[in-house]
Design a protein around this ligand. Structure first.
Ligand code: ADP
Ligand code: MG
Length: 719
C-alpha cells in the first residue's frame, strides 16, 4: 500500500544505484550535435547548413541528403531502431509517429533507409489533431517539416530507443497547425526589426534572436494516491478535498532540504535532461508542501520551447520510476499555492550581446533604453495578447488569487529605472543626476543600475536586471505562444520606434536629440503600464481601472479579443499568423477550455454520486443504528444524533448541488463555442463549487475509514 511505497522506495534501478554523473561527459550525449555533423559533412555542405542554422537562410536539398545519412548513422550507432518527426500540435503537447529505419525485404534480409526527403518532410495522417477549421477531413493531410535549427535527439528507455527530429506541422495550404511555426516566424520578425534598430546605433549584427529561460514549478505526490483519485487522473487537479489542518502556513517546506526520494528522482531526471542537451541549472523546494521547481539556463527561443516540452515529458516519466506522480497542473490543490512557469525573455545578437543588458558605458545606455522602452511600449499596447497567451482553464485558478500575478498586465521596472525613465520623459535627462544615473543627450552619460533593485513577486511582467520575466505563464502550458506574442509585439514596437527615429534624425541636430524626442513620445504614451507596487492588492485593481488598463479576469474574457482587428493586422503585418490561423487558434483554445470544464464537471458529478454519496450513506446508517441502540439502552446522548443530523444535512446539500449541476450542464449546448464556454463558466463552475463545498463538509464529518479518497494530508505529507 501507500505507506509501503513511501517506506520501501529505493534509489536503485535494476538493483544498481545510479552511476554518479559526469555532467560534461553526458551533456548532449543523446542529441545530434553540430560538432558531430561538422566532422562528417563535406565542407561546402557544412557551410550551407551553418548559414541556415545561424543566419536563417533557406535550406538546400543537397544538405538534407547529407545530413540524413549522418544523422541515421549516428542514431543507429546509438541503438535507435526508429525515427519520428517530433512536432507540437495545438493541444500544447508533443506528437510523434514512429517509422523504422530497417525495412525487411522479400529475400529475408533487411535494408535500412532514411533519405533527405524523410528528414525534410513527413506526412503523418494526423487528421485528428485540432485544426480549428483549417482542414476539412477530405483534405486532412498535414505535413511535418524539419527544423534544422533545433537539434535532433534520441528518446530511450531500458528496452530501446528512437530518433526524434524536431519539425513544424502545417496544413497542405501551408497554414501553421502547430506551435513551432509561429515561433520561427516571430523570431524572424524580431530579427528583422532589431537589426534595423541596431544599424541606427551603428552596431553590426548578423542575427538577433529572442532568448528564453524558464522556471518550472510542479508537485510530486505518491503515485498510489494519484491512481486512487479519479479527479487527478482525468483533470490533473483535485475537484474535491478539504484543506488540511496544516498547509503551507509554517513555510517550512520552501527552500528546505529536499526529501530523499525526491532528490533521487531529481538527480535521475536531471541526468536524462543533460543527455538531451538541456542545461538544467537550479532545483529547490517551492512554497506549498510537495511543490518543487527546476530551471534550466536560457537558450534561443525555439530551442528553449522544444526543451521545455522535453523537460515536462521527462519529469513525468522519471517520477514514475520512483513511485511518484509529477503534477504540472496550475492548481492541483485548493487553498495551497498553485504552480506557474516564469518565462524569462530577452533578445541577443549572434555574438551574444544581450540587448536588455544596461551595460556600463553611455552608448550602451542609449541602446539599452531604446530596446527597454520598446518592450514597455509593446506590453502597454498589447496587454490583451499577453493575457490571451496565458489563458486556459488551469491558469484561471491562479491568476488574481493571492499567490500569482493578477490578470491585469503591468510591468515592474524597479525604482531606479523608473527614475531614469522619468528623467527621459521630462526631457531633462541631459543633466547628469547626482549620484550619477543618467543624462541621455550629453556626452557623459552616467551608468545605469546593474541590478534592478528589489524583487517584486507580485508583478506579472518584471524587469530583473537584464531580462524581463513573464510570471503569469501557467505551469502546464506550452511556452510557445507566450514567446510568439512577446517576439511579435516587441518587433512591432521596435518597428514603430525605428520609423519615428528615422524621421526624427532628419529633423534633429543630432542622433542623441532625435532619440531623446522619440523616447519621450513613446514613454509618454505607455508610462501607465509601469507599476512597481503590490499587484495583489485591491487598490491596484482600482488604480489599474483608472489608468485604463485591461483586467481580463478569465480565459473567456480574454479569448474573444484575439480576433480584434488590431491583433489580426499586427500578426499579419509581421508575417507571424494570418487571419485564418488566428481564428483557428481562438476556436481551438475555446474548445479546449470548454472540454476541460466539461470533463471536470462530469468527474465531479460521478465522484460525488458514486464515491462520496455511498460512503456518507454507509456512515449515516452506522450513526442511525447507534442512535437507536442508545435509545434502546436508555442512556442520555445527543452526540451521535447531532452527528447524524450533520451528515444528513451534508447529503441533502450535496443532492441539491448535484441537481443544479445536471441542469447547468444540460443547458450549455450552443452552436458557438465561446457561448457554450461562457455558459459553462457562469453556471457549471459555480455548481461544481457548491458540490465541492458539501463534499468537503462531509469529508470533515464522515468516519475516515469510510472515506473513499486519499485526503490532502496524505497526499501532501507522505514523501
Ligand atoms: P532570477 O534569480 O532573476 O530568477 P536566474 O539567474 O535564476 O534569475 O535566472 C532565471 C532564469 O532566467 C534562468 O532560466 C536563466 O537562464 C534565465 N535568464 C537569464 N538571463 C537571461 C536572458 N538574457 N534571456 C533569457 N533568459 C535569461
Ligand atoms: Mg526568477
Amino acid at each position: 500500500d501507500t505507506l509501503a511505497a513511501a517506506r520501501n522506495w529505493s534509489p536503485k534501478k535494476n538493483g544498481e544505484p545510479m552511476e554518479s554523473m559526469n555532467v560534461t561527459e553526458i551533456f548532449g550525449e543523446n542529441t545530434f550535435q553540430q560538432e558531430d555533423l561538422k566532422e562528417q559533412l563535406p565542407k561546402s555542405i557544412w557551410k550551407d547548413l551553418e548559414k541556415t542554422v545561424e543566419e536563417g537562410e533557406q535550406l538546400n536539398s543537397d544538405v538534407a541528403d547529407a545530413v540524413a545519412v549522418a544523422m541515421k548513422d549516428w542514431a543507429m550507432d546509438k541503438g535507435a531502431t526508429h525515427f519520428t518527426h517530433w512536432f507540437q500540435p495545438l493541444t500544447g503537447l508533443t506528437a510523434e509517429k514512429h517509422d523504422s529505419f530497417i525495412t525487411p525485404n522479400q529475400g529475408g534480409g533487411a535494408i535500412s533507409e532514411f533519405s533527405g526527403n524523410d528528414l525534410i518532410q513527413g506526412e503523418p495522417d494526423a487528421s485528428s489533431f485540432p485544426n480549428g477549421g483549417l482542414r476539412q477531413t477530405f483534405e486532412a493531410r498535414g505535413y511535418t517539416a524539419w527544423d534544422p535549427t533545433s537539434p535532433a535527439f534520441i528518446m530511450e528507455n531500458e528496452n530501446g530507443s528512437y530518433l526524434c527530429i524536431p519539425t513544424a506541422f502545417a496544413s497542405w495550404t501551408g497554414e501553421a497547425l502547430d506551435h513551432k511555426t509561429p515561433i520561427l516566424r516571430s523570431n524572424e520578425a524580431l530579427n528583422k526589426q532589431a537589426k534595423r534598430a541596431l544599424e541606427l546605433f551603428d552596431v553590426d549584427a548578423k542575427r538577433v534572436a529572442a532568448t528564453v529561460g524558464t522556471e518550472q514549478e510542479y508537485f510530486l505526490i505518491d503515485q498510489e494516491f494519484y491512481y486512487r483519485r479519479p479527479d487527478l487522473m482525468t483533470s490533473g487537479r483535485t475537484l474535491v478535498g478539504a484543506k488540511p489542518p496544516r498547509g503551507q502556513e509554517l513555510d517550512d517546506h520552501y527552500f528546505g532540504s529536499i526529501p530523499d526520494r525526491v532528490l533521487s528522482f531529481m538527480l535521475e531526471a536531471e541526468k536524462e535532461l543533460y543527455k538531451l542537451g538541456i542545461p538544467v541549472k537550479t532545483r529547490h523546494n517551492e512554497v506549498a508542501p510537495s511543490q518543487y521547481e527546476i530551471a534550466p539556463l536560457f537558450e534561443t527561443c525555439n530551442i528553449a520551447a522544444d526543451h521545455q516540452q522535453l523537460m515536462m515529458i521527462t519529469l513525468k516519466r522519471i517520477a514514475r520510476d520512483y513511485g511518484l506522480e509529477c503534477m504540472l497542473h496550475e492548481k492541483p490543490f485548493d487553498g495551497l499555492n498553485g504552480s506557474g512557469k516564469h518565462l524569462n525573455w530577452s533578445m541577443a545578437t549572434n555574438s551574444g550581446m544581450n540587448l536588455l543588458e544596461p551595460g556600463d558605458n553611455p552608448h550602451d545606455n542609449m541602446q539599452f533604453l531604446f530596446f527597454f522602452s520598446a518592450v514597455l511600449k509593446a506590453v502597454y499596447e498589447n496587454q490583451d495578447l499577453l493575457r490571451i497567451s496565458i489563458a486556459h482553464a488551469g491558469n484561471d485558478h491562479r491568476l488574481g488569487g493571492n499567490e500569482a500575478p493578477p490578470a491585469i498586465i503591468s510591468a515592474y521596472i524597479g525604482e531606479q529605472l523608473e527614475d531614469v525613465l522619468t528623467q527621459v520623459l521630462n526631457g531633462n535627462a541631459k543633466e547628469s543626476k547626482q549620484g550619477g544615473l543618467l543624462g541621455l543627450g550629453s556626452p557623459v552619460l552616467p551608468s545605469l543600475p546593474k541590478h534592478a533593485g528589489d524583487r517584486n513577486r507580485t508583478s506579472p511582467f518584471a524587469f530583473t536586471g537584464n531580462k524581463f520575466e513573464f510570471r503569469a505563464v501557467g505551469s502546464s502550458q506550452s511556452i510557445s505562444f507566450p514567446i510568439v506574442v512577446l517576439n511579435t509585439i516587441v518587433a512591432d514596437a521596435i518597428d514603430d520606434l525605428c520609423t519615428n527615429l528615422e524621421e526624427e534624425v532628419d529633423r534633429a541636430k543630432s542622433f542623441e536629440d532625435a532619440l531623446a524626442t522619440v523616447m519621450q513620445d513613446a514613454l509618454g504614451e505607455c508610462k501607465d503600464i509601469i507599476f512597481n507596487g503590490d499587484g495583489y492588492s485591491d487598490e491596484w485593481e482600482k488604480e489599474a481601472e483608472e489608468r485604463g488598463l485591461l483586467n481580463l479576469k478569465t480565459t473567456i474574457d480574454a479569448l474573444p479579443k484575439f480576433t480584434d482587428e488590431k491583433n489580426i493586422s499586427l500578426f499579419e503585418k509581421h508575417g507571424v499568423l494570418n487571419e485564418r490561423e488566428i481564428h483557428s487558434r481562438q476556436e481551438i483554445w475555446a474548445e479546449q477550455y470548454l472540454t476541460t470544464l466539461n470533463i471536470e464537471a462530469d468527474t465531479t458529478e460521478s465522484m460525488a454520486k458514486t464515491m462520496i454519496y455511498p460512503a456518507a450513506v454507509r456512515y449515516m446508517n452506522e450513526l442511525a443504528e447507534n442512535v437507536e441502540r442508545i435509545q434502546e439502552l436508555g442512556i442520555e446522548g445527543e452526540g451521535s444524533k447531532n452527528m447524524l443530523k450533520k451528515v444528513n444535512k451534508g447529503l441533502n446539500d450535496l443532492n441539491i448541488a448535484l441537481e443544479e449541476l445536471r441542469e447547468a450542464v444540460l443547458d450549455s449546448d450552443s452552436e458557438n463555442v465561446i457561448d457554450s464556454a461562457t455558459h459553462v463558466k457562469e453556471n457549471v463552475k459555480p455548481a461544481m463549487t457548491k458540490i465541492r463545498d458539501s463534499v468537503d463538509f462531509l469529508e470533515r464529518h464522515v468516519a475516515d475509514d469510510y472515506w473513499p479518497l486519499p485526503i490532502y494530508r496524505e497526499m501532501l505529507f507522505v514523501k
